[in-house]
Design a protein around this ligand. Structure first.
Ligand code: ZN
Length: 203
């Protein structure tokens, strides 16, 4: 499986990182070794001094497809979860300055904590899926799918023009404003609607 991540999908987050609002989705990949499941602790890596959390809705692909039309895209994913796109912001900044790829900043081991998944049909309002992150008991991020610049359908349609999506692939759909650093000892708890989905520590 592969992990596709969308960047700059919320206007306020694009602004906070001083990025322009994109015309098309911006995406990058993480390898399968980035996955961190079952609320296992995240071990702060040696190579960075500035790891940021980015809380994101994650959709799970349920069938293979390419050149998917936007009006059929919703049949290609059926479950949703909550994930953290851990980012080595210091390394990413160096990559950006030099115009280099982001893999060292985004694709490192365990940079993609992921919750369990629930069926879309379990959600009350599929057009306004709310989520939030608490860091050490204090809310630091909140967002809704209704605030995304590019919808799930648009993302699936766009990405599948370039890359075949397969059953089990994950798409991290971008983070709202409020990203920030984590420290060793921090406790992260993430909610999807009122369901506690993530609950893990930085060690
Ligand atoms: Zn992200």
């Amino acid at each position: 499986m592969k992990i596709i991540c969308i960047g700059r999908n919320y206007i306020e987050h694009a602004k906070e990182l001083k990025n322009p609002v994109p015309e098309n989705p911006v995406f990058f990949l993480k390898p399968d070794t980035a996955i961190l499941i079952r609320n296992r602790p995240f071990f702060y890596p040696m190579f960075s001094k500035e790891i940021h959390y980015e809380t994101e809705l994650v959709i799970k692909i349920c069938k293979i497809g390419k050149y998917i039309q936007e009006n059929f895209a919703s049949t290609y994913y059926d479950r949703i979860g909550l994930g953290i796109d851990f980012t080595a912001r210091d390394l990413q900044q160096k990559c950006k300055e030099k115009g280099l790829p982001w893999e060292v900043a985004k694709g490192f081991d365990y940079s993609a904590p992921i919750s369990s998944f629930i069926p879309f049909s379990d959600l009350e309002n599929q057009n306004d899926i709310r989520f939030r992150l608490e860091l050490n008991g204090k809310q630091v991020q909140e967002g809704s799918s209704s605030e995304m610049i590019f919808s799930f359908d648009r993302i699936v349609a766009y990405v599948s023009q370039f890359i075949t999506i397969k059953m089990g692939d994950l798409i991290y759909t971008g983070t709202p404003a409020g990203v920030g650093p984590v420290e060793i000892g921090d406790h992260l708890v993430g909610y999807l609607e009122n369901r506690k989905m993530l609950d893990f520590r930085v060690k």
